[in-house]
Design a binder for this molecule. Structure first.
Ligand code: HEM
Length: 395
């Protein structure tokens, strides 16, 4: 999920007017990346959905890097971390096959008691406080707690993971990025070494055994963990915090949800559509010429598929800019589509359901404690997430 693109401040705060303009103007727009390589952006629902299953769009980061290098120097796409999400078959098939057994809908649903236990602990810790940052104090600890549980990592280290993923995703200064990558790799290598001596009942141990059976390399194990640690927590943190903001901004919808708690799963689908945590899918490139609704993209071009725009397309969703919690339409593309469709979608939704139910039940007077203009968003073009969200828990 990496791109060196940095977004403009207004696009970071509210990308939807820009995306609506691009969507209305043409099936494909050309943006310029920092280095000047053109990025072909596809914004309409129908075209994005079709592209997600079209094998003429490749995702292999090493090939994408060669394409970028042939145009400009210095555009870094992250070839040192190769995982299933930036690979094409057959590598993608092999890597996904190694862990998909741990992510069947049944296995994910079986995590409900763990999710509820962690969520209850977080809410208990908040109960006596007046004002909190819902991102840092509420949305963040649950997904990271779950990922630590899955991988068998110490939960005490969770704030360090957050620092690393912020540096990596926002591509802060070059030094921060390189340092975070190096520290995270060293940490993961050390965790693997420990499992060699003392195996645990966790996913990291399973991956280690797979590498010992020559089904993946140690570098691939590190990259897989990297993907799970970042992809599995940033996204869910974003979903929980933007869902909380959407409810604070739409009191009628919050009241409806409080009166209809059994509708939480339907509401979560709408939260995913309304402010999709992954607003741009992983960078793709054309392996041959592709015609997108009359616009021809030549071979070897870098392509962005805007999931956030597709999910606000009025051709697909009536009144797309309104939060309608009982919309009852789960056809959004927030988890992607096709062979790379999110492996942890059930878990992400389960976490959001449990978190939002707890928040609404425990804090009936929850209110925004910040001026709308003070809301800050994470500076990355690929993800959509709040930096902070100050709220008064007891009104
Ligand atoms: C609400 C939370 C989440 C959202 C919105 C989300 C979104 C996505 C999207 C859009 C993709 C595909 C990107 C593309 O095709 O370019 C993806 C892939 C993936 N996600 Fe998630 N995700 C979430 C939670 C999780 C969780 C909790 C995990 C694991 C613990 C996870 C693991 C993965 C993995 C491993 C892939 C790569 C699949 C592949 O390449 O075959 N995600 N996710």
């Amino acid at each position: 999920m990496s791109s060196t693109e940095q977004a403009t401040p207004s696009f970071v705060t509210d990308p939807y007017p820009t995306l609506a303009r691009l969507r209305a103007a043409s099936p494909v727009s050309i943006l310029n990346s920092e280095g000047g390589v053109p990025l072909w952006l596809i914004p309409r629902y129908r075209d994005v959905r079709a592209a997600l299953v079209d094998r003429r769009f490749g995702q292999d980061v090493r090939r994408a890097q060669r394409l970028a290098d042939s145009r400009v120097a210095g555009l870094e796409l992250g070839t040192d971390v190769v995982h299933m999400l930036n690979s094409d078959p057959p590598d993608h098939t092999r890597l996904r096959g190694l862990i998909q057994g741990a992510f069947t809908p049944r296995r994910q649903a079986a995590m409900r008691p763990t999710v509820e236990r962690i969520a209850t602990g977080i809410l208990d810790d908040l109960a006596d406080r007046d004002t909190v940052d819902l991102v840092h104090d509420f949305a963040f600890p649950l997904p990271i707690g779950i990922i630590c549980e899955l991988l068998g990592f110490p939960t005490e280290d969770r704030y360090v993971y957050r620092e690393w993923s912020t540096a990596i995703l926002t591509h802060g200064s070059d030094g921060d990025f390189a340092r975070a990558m190096a520290e995270m790799t060293a940490y993961l290598t050390e965790q693997l070494d420990r499992r060699r001596v003392e195996p645990g009942e966790d996913m990291l141990t399973d991956l280690l055994h797979a590498s010992e059976a020559d089904r993946l390399t140690v570098t691939e194990v590190v990259s897989m963990v990297f993907l799970l640690l970042i992809g599995g927590h940033e996204t869910t943190v974003n979903l929980i915090s933007t869902a909380a903001l959407a409810l604070l901004r739409n009191p009628d919808q919050a009241a409806w949800l409080r009166a209809n708690p059994a509708e939480m799963p339907t509401a979560v689908e709408e939260f995913l559509r309304f402010d999709s945590p992954v607003r741009m899918a992983t960078l793709r490139f054309t392996t041959e010429e592709v015609d997108v609704d009359g616009v021809r993209i030549p071979p070897d071009e870098l392509v962005l598929l805007s999931l956030g725009s597709a999910n606000r397309d009025p051709e697909r969703f009536p009144e797309p800019d309104r939060l309608i919690l009982n919309r009852g339409d789960a056809g959004h593309l927030a988890f992607g589509h096709g062979i790379h469709r999110c492996l942890g979608s059930f878990l992400g939704k389960l976490e959001a359901e449990v978190a939002m139910t707890g928040l609404l039940t425990r804090f009936p007077k929850l209110a925004l404690a910040a001026d709308e203009r003070e809301l800050t968003w994470r500076n990355t073009i690929m993800l959509r997430g709040l930096e902070t969200l100050r709220a008064a828990l007891h009104g």
